[in-house]
Design a protein around this ligand. Sequence first.
Ligand code: DGY
Length: 323
Amino acid sequence: MTQRPGVLITRRLFPEVQQRLGEHFELRDNPDDVVWSPAELIERLQGQWGVLATQGDRIDASVLAACPDLRVVANMAVGYNNLDLDALERHGVQASNTPDVLTESTADFGLALLLATARRITEGERYLRAGRWKQWAADMLLGAEVHHSTLGILGMGRIGQAIARRAAHGFAMQVIYHNRNPLDATTERACAARWVSKAELLRQSDHLLLVLPYTPANHHAIGAAELAQMKPSATLVNLARGGIVDELALAQALQSGQLAAAGLDVYEGEPQVRPELLALINVVLTPHIASATRGTRLAMALLAADNLIAFHEKGEILTPIKS
Ligand code: DGY
């Protein structure tokens, strides 16, 4: 019997994934869900043909040089800033991500984080739990209007479009967006969204939602200069990657009143969160959970598994990374 190829699953996932992959590969996994250092990742990748990686696993030139047997990386995320695509190409290693399966639940979460931030929901809960709620008051915890306000979306891929549909059709929001390439007219109509320049997006948005991919060109796409162009009453929500926002500039803007509030699901140094952000009351902080429903995370993991199986059986990746 020929030996089956080895696949490393870097984090604890779901029994269904183990079962599906176990039918095709020799598995090495991480039942204790330990976050490995780069050296530990390299050690565990020795002799492996494939890896089911997550967004926290950095697979770069040094990892690839040290793991010559590796042929395929199935990333369990739509984002792929943890992968060095040039190095993967140089080493002839295929890579996939998990688009589509997380779009709708991530869009739900985007609206949830926007509502929580604009309507001060977590702040209100903290206030109540601290025993500070003594009586109803007409001016207590006043938030910003969401319905009929202007939502700006920076990055208008699948998730941006799903958020736009919810915002326009569910909340009667006026949706504007900025993207390198404007959408075609039919898609724009379906999202009820209008392309504007980045400067206009910053100026006009009552709420600005970030859903663009993180690339070197997008590093600190929102910094002090951009924050200064936003309305002081505005809300900023980041669902994309932490590095898109200059967090220190954001903390300063939130503290000085240059910006009303922010909702963050992603951080530059996650899982570490800057003390400057933790100290602020007008920021809602969640631990990178925008796609975290069981159904969605399972679908992501199974799609990553299916990419490994399809590449093994047919030499084809189902959802190759399109950069
Ligand atoms: C994604 O899919 O990129 C998410 O951020 C991973 O959790």
